[in-house]
Design a protein around this ligand. Structure first.
Ligand SMILES: *Cc1c(COP(=O)(O)O)cnc(C)c1O
Length: 383
């Protein structure tokens, strides 16, 4: 009954842990679920108010425009200008998305012919790989290894693969690893893309969740980036708006136009009221995001210390909502064991690709009191 593109999906490796969570709950275990990255904090009230008002505006009740409201796209461009000193033309270099996942999933359809290839990192957000395959393309894996600071080793990509690849996905600050990229990597990436005529798709939903005072980079800050790259950005993580489904893709105008062409044949845009509220979100006072950073920073510090004290090997992430701990051996077995012993659910690293094996991911998107409870349980479990 099903098409090959569905039949050939990789096995859903989180199924085992989902089942174990359900079984533990059925046994009466108070499960602390640190396996999903979905902010627990509510959307700030001024944004909710803006939605309520915009929902009553009848001009928002008809089909929205395919490319998004010019007012929203202008707000995105102004936000990039304020945040990264990046200039964008809201008309040609910004496209509204129904969440960045939607844009990422549709993007390969604009650039990949059957048999073409895309360079995708491993471990990674699974959408890069499945979206490539849905377009008939072949994902070429770039392992993210600790010895390379979890950055793809561009020198290790064979000349054939480099020539075959039409696009490359990258994501820093990174989910699931929590690693960040520096300017020298981004510079190398742009040179590589130019040499091999590859479109870089940088997924950047965690640019604002950083904790060491030094802001995360946009790839578009780099000289020449707009010649080869687009960046996906999202309001989901920055403003606790995962349920609202709004984001954007910005950068190279031809690439943006290609994604827009696909989208205009699939969806009919983002609800206007959500875009109006998105404008208010992007113009939020700095305190709004500062407050969120403070909460997450505290959670990371305490969970990091507890995992370290247990003898697990991990880096303290300077950004994102994730801790990526080396456990050795089977990550599925370890998460099962952890759930059994402590009632804490984490994500097995192998669910993000084979190079994630041996690691487990903890998310900090549960209320602080629950993270404190998890820390107490980990201390009790000991080594
Ligand atoms: C959360 C997340 C997204 C998706 O965000 P939406 O804008 O809510 O679709 C994309 N990429 C990564 C790596 C994420 O973690």
């Amino acid at each position: 009954m099903y098409a090959d593109r569905i039949k050939n999906l990789p096995p859903y490796l989180f199924a085992a842990i989902d089942k174990a969570k359900q079984e533990a709950r059925a046994r009466g275990v108070d499960v602390i679920d640190l396996s999903v990255g979905d902010p627990d904090l509510p959307t700030p009230e001024h944004i909710v108010k803006a939605l309520n008002k915009a929902a009553g505006d009848s001009s928002n009740h008809q089909y929205p425009s395919y490319e998004g409201k010019l007012t929203f796209r202008t707000a995105v461009a102004e936000w990039y200008r304020r945040t990264f000193s990046v200039d964008l033309d809201p008309k040609s270099e910004v496209l509204t998305l129904i969440g960045s996942k939607e844009g990422i999933a549709h993007a390969p359809l604009a650039f990949i012919n059957p048999g073409d290839a895309a360079l995708v990192p491993d471990p990674a957000y699974p959408v890069y790989r499945t979206a490539t395959a849905f377009a008939g393309g072949e994902p070429l894996i770039m392992p993210l290894l600790k010895e390379n600071r979890f950055l793809p080793d561009l020198d290790a990509i064979s000349p054939e693969d480099s020539r075959r690849a039409k696009i490359m996905f990258v994501n820093y600050p990174n989910n699931p690893i929590g690693a960040s990229a520096d300017r020298s990597f981004f510079k190398k990436l742009i040179d590589f893309a130019r040499d091999y005529n590859i479109i870089i798709m940088h997924d950047n939903p965690y640019s604002e969740t950083y904790y060491d005072g030094e802001r995360s980079l946009s790839l578009l800050e780099m000289d020449g980036a707009k010649d080869v790259a687009v960046e996906f950005h999202s309001l989901s993580k920055t403003y606790n708006m995962t349920g609202w489904r709004i984001g954007s893709v910005v950068g190279n105008a031809e690439v943006v136009a290609g994604i827009g062409k696909i989208k205009s044949n699939i969806d009919s845009g983002t609800f206007g009221a959500v875009q109006d509220a998105g404008i208010v979100a992007l113009n939020s006072p700095n305190e709004v995001v500062d407050r969120m950073r403070k909460v997450y920073k505290h959670r990371i510090e305490i969970l990091y210390s507890a995992l370290k004290d247990m003898g697990l090997e991990l880096d303290k992430p300077r950004a994102t909502l994730y801790l990526w701990a080396w456990v050795g051996g089977s990550s599925i077995e370890y998460t099962g064991h952890l759930l059994e012993k402590t009632g804490i659910a984490a994500t097995p690293g192998v669910g993000f690709g084979k190079y994630g094996e041996g690691y487990i991911r903890f998310s900090i998107t549960q209320p602080t009191a629950r993270i404190e409870e998890a820390v107490a349980r980990l201390e009790k479990m000991g080594k």
